[in-house]
Design a protein around this ligand. Structure first.
Ligand code: HH2
Length: 260
């Protein structure tokens, strides 16, 4: 899954694809590089981000969804709003990628697939001292509940996603990645999105030199290492900004698996 953020403020690529033509061209390029699906989002969900009014979000994403669908690219819509999800699916998007895990009814009504992601709280406050007794069990139980709800409503394609960085400290994120097999064992296909996230900045930087923590656009090695790990541990899809490099990682991991 390749990412196109049609936003001024995404942590990873904010402002680069606000222009419709630039966003469509980038999505087409990601598909040509090997992305099976391109995820279009019009509201940043980075920690501290303010919500975007529905009309603004719609005017950002709809023309891009339409442009990508017209170019033959499979599209998912990254939104927390029913009206945005619905309009995007009517425009040809085939998957509702919902970080709030509330839009299964829209997916069911429109015949789209659904990604249920785990988030603790909401983006404005989620990184203020998140607490879990057992992060892996709590995230798994939440996701299974949401996924079963979606199935019961009639959604055929249901994904689960641990929501790396959404109300989670570094140790929570690492625990979830280390125990990904517990999510895989639920039987629902697992999507993992670590690409460029701040945990990677910490992992790639040097603890004793804050100025050495690499910025979001300079975390490729961490994005690739965690994608390889996730795929090897059973994830069925990874959501990434650097598609060409990730496709090579997928090829390498899957070749080793085939020989194992
Ligand atoms: N992370 C982001 C956005 N959408 N969707 C799923 N399913 N899982 C994720 O972990 C996830 C997601 C955040 O990344 P990005 O889109 O690069 O940044 P922003 O939210 O600032 O636009």
């Amino acid at each position: 899954m390749g990412v196109v953020n049609v936003t001024p403020d995404s942590f990873s690529d904010g402002g680069r694809y606000l222009d419709r033509a630039a966003a469509v061209a980038h999505g087409v390029e990601l598909a040509a590089q090997g992305a099976d699906i391109v995820d279009v989002g019009g509201e940043s969900t980075r920690p501290g981000a303010d919500p975007v009014p529905a009309a603004d979000e719609l005017s950002r994403v709809l023309p891009v969804v339409e442009g990508l669908v017209a170019a033959g690219v499979k599209v998912s819509i990254d939104t927390r709003k029913a009206e945005v999800a619905e309009a995007a699916v009517v425009a040809g998007a085939s998957l509702v990628n919902d970080v709030s895990a509330t839009l299964a009814p829209v997916a069911a009504a429109t015949g789209a697939g659904f990604v249920a992601m785990h988030m603790l709280g909401d983006p404005r406050t989620m990184q203020r001292e998140p607490h879990y007794d057992d992060v892996v069990a709590e995230v798994r139980d939440f996701l299974v509940g949401k996924a079963e709800e979606a199935r019961a409503l009639g959604v055929d394609e249901v994904w689960i996603d641990p929501g790396i960085g959404f109300g989670k400290r570094l140790d929570h994120n690492l625990d979830l990645l280390a125990n990904l097999d517990e999510l895989v064992a639920t039987g629902f296909p697992v999507l993992v999105a670590t690409s460029r996230k701040s945990s990677l900045g910490t992992l790639l930087g040097r603890a004793d030199r804050v100025d050495r923590v690499p910025p979001a656009h300079d975390r490729l090695e961490g994005s690739l290492a965690t994608a390889a790990w996730a795929l090897w541990r059973g994830a069925a899809m990874v959501r990434v900004h650097e598609v060409a490099e990730t496709v090579r990682v997928v090829q390498a991991v899957r070749s080793i698996e085939a020989a194992a």
